[in-house]
Design a protein around this ligand. Structure first.
Ligand code: FEO
Ligand code: CA
Ligand code: CA
Length: 758
């Protein structure tokens, strides 16, 4: 996400439910939890094939194998899989082999000795053979056939030599990725426009058309030849999905009155996907994308609350950060009367009772996990409403077990928001890893199930609370009158409020440890923690979000400016889990008693963890930052970790003194401090970027990373003067025309041909 405007740092949770009950004044619990749990971590499993290990007593399946379609997309009968899943032959790594890189403020990508990187796919790069090369001077157009902006979450889909889908394809594949947003000032995506654009309302349609088109998703074929990777601009797989692409609504909200618009009077379709951040890859081989900060793109007039008779839709709009009269991020609604612009004005202006003659319900069509078959552009995308509606990040699957439901872990990235999980109604069938119709398989597992929200207890336990009409707290919620399950799927945050879920420090991405099945969740930071809250939006620290401190140098904020990474393990009892904090972000020289609780060294310290993904090959937990609190010392970075397991550390009490001199004790659960060979900085990016998106070839020998918004601190007024750009990456790395900074995908390989991280 971009830090340059407040559309990405929303805080609309003013619900009464406390951040934590009964956390305070607890006596010190100084004992190891989870007695009987082995303290050995991944290392003990180092020699075992990934497909053979797991924490469950059930059968652990190998990863998906070779879904088959023709390149043009028509399904063909699935052959018996023959390829050995690569993860079954490569051992999970027990330690990290590379030399850590130092923190860096250079305008370049820094990686360890013995590794190389290439830029392969930047903003504007052609996706067809006939699309002209990107000039990068603001004159380019036709972004429907070019890479979008702000590359974010990304997944790899292998191809065999003949161009057929293959989960073991290591030299040819598809990258599917999110294009989250664009570097903007005064609403204008100034690097896209020759003179920086208008920056005033009304916005010219020619500028808006470009800005809309650089959002959404892209699929691009990539290929390695003599160890050099490149995109294949002529590939028939290449595609763009934009905010104007027609998509299907699915799950409980499909056809709901809440989704009826002038565009879809039946509430079964909407247009496009926007502000896509984290991703997921399903066990059946499709791409999932989370719609994150979509709320800011819409506008409603100042009188809209009154025009809506202050009905429950107003409660919903406010809870999702859309106040009447607030400006939209880009002012797209001002570009003309054409329907494609009018849709961004979500004011009630029609005379209909159900909203079928205007766009009052249009925003209810955004905020979902959307599924795409990256291999098949003929299949419509589907929004999976059963997984709830909020500022979605990643969608991380628990390890699939035959005969058991599938689990998907989800986070809502705004300050004080919640963590969720979806459990499918359908039980996993191994043959579905290789289905004839991947999107139909998505229908099977993602349209029906149960959505839960997390509540954390101080003793290291927690509960998943069901969000359904059978929960009396939801059915009888005074703040908002839920009509049905569809209403819960659309207004999921309000359902979380009703049941008293735990308010978190901005849940970003998560990943499931392929060795243990435990779920890891980044909590990027929160400027709203206080020991003495001054408003209802400020929270006291609690066990799962236990720190309050000021930036180490006193100049980068207070609250929890560096963030932490929480992890959880499902419990034996239905709906129960245990948790601890895997790592606390901190500056290495910060106070080890209250701030640098994980004892991070100079080779390990980081701030604002955001992207997180486990390698299915090496088992490495990759941690990526999107930071504004340590950027005086280092640009954003990526670290490699060999993770342990929940309960490998100890409980700790943090004592805070309140203004009235009373002492507030917060008990938290601190994971084992990471050894030098278990957590190392692997990469630092160029200036003013965030590091995001991670996927790999199935052999673990190439990883793909996204460098998002380098140079985003550049001023719009300086667009014509490259010497004033805060970054000139990737042109200063020899990639592409022009000096305007561009978001881009890089591929990293090891010079000796080994696995990344070894
Ligand atoms: Fe797009 Fe919350 O990161
Ligand atoms: Ca992010
Ligand atoms: Ca600092």
């Amino acid at each position: 996400m971009s830090k340059s405007n407040n559309f990405n740092d929303e805080n609309s949770n003013t619900s009464e439910n406390p951040t934590f009950d009964s956390v305070l004044e607890q006596r010190l619990i100084n004992r190891r939890r989870f007695l009987g749990m082995s303290l050995s971590g991944a290392a003990a499993l180092g020699g075992m094939g990934l497909g053979l290990v797991g924490c469950s007593s059930g059968e652990i399946l190998p990863p998906p194998v070779s879904p088959s379609t023709t390149p043009s997309g028509s399904p063909v009968p699935s052959p018996t899989p023959t390829a050995t899943p690569p993860v079954a032959v490569n051992p999970i790594m027990a330690s990290l082999g590379f030399t850590a890189v130092g923190k860096s403020l250079l305008d370049k990508v820094v990686i360890p000795a013995g590794y190389s990187y290439q830029v392969i796919y930047a903003l504007g790069d052609p996706l067809t053979a006939s699309t002209p090369a990107y000039k990068n001077d603001g004159s380019d157009s036709d972004y429907e056939n070019r890479a979008g902006d702000h590359h974010d979450g990304m997944e790899y889909f292998g191809l065999d030599a003949a161009g057929k889908p293959s989960s073991s394809g290591i030299e040819r594949g598809l990258l599917a990725m999110n294009h989250e947003a664009t570097t903007d000032e005064k609403g204008s995506s100034f690097f896209l426009h020759a003179n920086g654009g208008t920056g005033a309302l009304p916005r010219p349609a020619a500028e808006v058309d470009k800005e809309v088109a650089i959002h959404g998703l892209s699929v691009v074929e990539v290929k390695a030849s003599n160890k050099k990777w490149a995109t294949v601009p002529s590939s028939a797989f290449n595609r763009r999905v934009t905010p104007l692409t027609e998509v299907e609504m699915s799950g409980p909200a499909r056809g709901s009155a809440l989704l009826k618009t002038k565009y879809s009077t039946t509430g079964t379709k909407t247009r496009g996907t926007i502000n896509n951040c984290g991703t997921g890859k399903t066990p059946w081989g499709t791409y999932l994308s989370g719609e994150e900060n979509w709320s800011g793109y819409f506008f409603r007039v100042a009188a809209d609350d009154t025009n809506r008779n202050n009905d429950k839709s107003v409660t919903s709009l406010k809870r999702y950060g859309r106040k009447a009269g607030d400006p939209s991020r880009h002012g797209w609604e001002t570009a003309g009367s054409d329907d494609q612009y009018a849709r961004w004005n979500i004011s009630k202006i029609g005379g209909s009772a159900d909203g079928s003659d205007d766009y009052r319900n249009e925003m209810n069509g955004q905020g979902y996990i959307i599924e795409m078959d990256a291999y098949d552009k003929t299949k419509p995308l589907k929004k999976r409403s059963a997984l709830g509606r909020f500022a979605h990040e990643s969608a991380a699957f628990g390890l699939p077990v035959a005969g058991k439901p599938l689990t998907v872990y989800l986070g809502d990235d705004s300050r004080n928001e919640y963590m969720y999980k979806f459990v499918s109604k359908a039980l996993w069938v191994a043959a579905d890893a290789n289905p004839a119709d991947r999107m139909a398989t998505g229908d099977k597992y993602l349209n029906e199930g149960t959505l839960y929200v997390a509540k954390f207890n101080a003793d290291g336990s927690g509960q998943w609370i069901e969000l359904s009409m059978s929960n009396a707290a939801i059915a009888g919620f005074a703040t908002y009158s839920f009509a049905d399950l569809a209403d819960i799927c659309v207004n999921t945050r309000l359902a979380g409020d009703a049941v008293g879920a735990t308010k978190m420090d901005r849940p970003e991405w998560g990943g499931v440890n392929p060795v243990t099945g435990e779920y890891y969740q980044t909590l990027t930071n929160n400027s709203n923690r206080r020991i003495d809250p001054a408003s209802s939006s400020q929270l006291t620290p609690d066990s799962a979000n236990p720190r309050y401190y000021e930036d180490n140098d006193g100049n980068k904020g207070k609250g929890n400016p560096n963030g932490h990474i929480l992890r959880m393990k499902e419990g034996a009892a239905v709906g129960s889990f245990v948790w601890d904090v895997y790592l606390f972000g901190a500056e290495a020289d910060a106070d080890k008693a209250m701030v640098n609780l994980s004892n991070l060294t100079d080779d390990q310290d980081f701030s604002s963890p955001d992207g997180l993904a486990f390698s299915q090959n090496t088992g490495i937990c990759w941690i990526q930052t999107d930071d504004g609190a340590y950027t005086d010392v280092s640009n954003c970075m990526m670290l490699a970790a060999i993770a342990g397991k929940v309960g490998d550390g100890a409980a700790k009490t943090l004592s805070y003194t309140k203004a009235d001199t009373s002492v507030m004790n917060v008990v938290t659960q601190v994971g084992a401090k990471p050894a030098a060979d278990k957590l190392k900085r692997f990469l630092v990016g160029p200036k003013d970027c965030e590091i995001t998106g991670l996927c790999e070839t199935p052999d673990g020998k190439a990883i793909f990373i996204n460098i998002q918004h380098p140079g985003e601190g550049t001023k719009m007024a300086d667009v014509a003067d490259p010497t004033k750009y805060t970054s000139q990456w990737p042109s200063n790395a020899g990639y592409g025309a022009g000096k305007r900074p561009r978001s881009a995908t890089i591929v990293i390989t090891k010079d000796d041909g080994g696995r990344i991280g070894s």
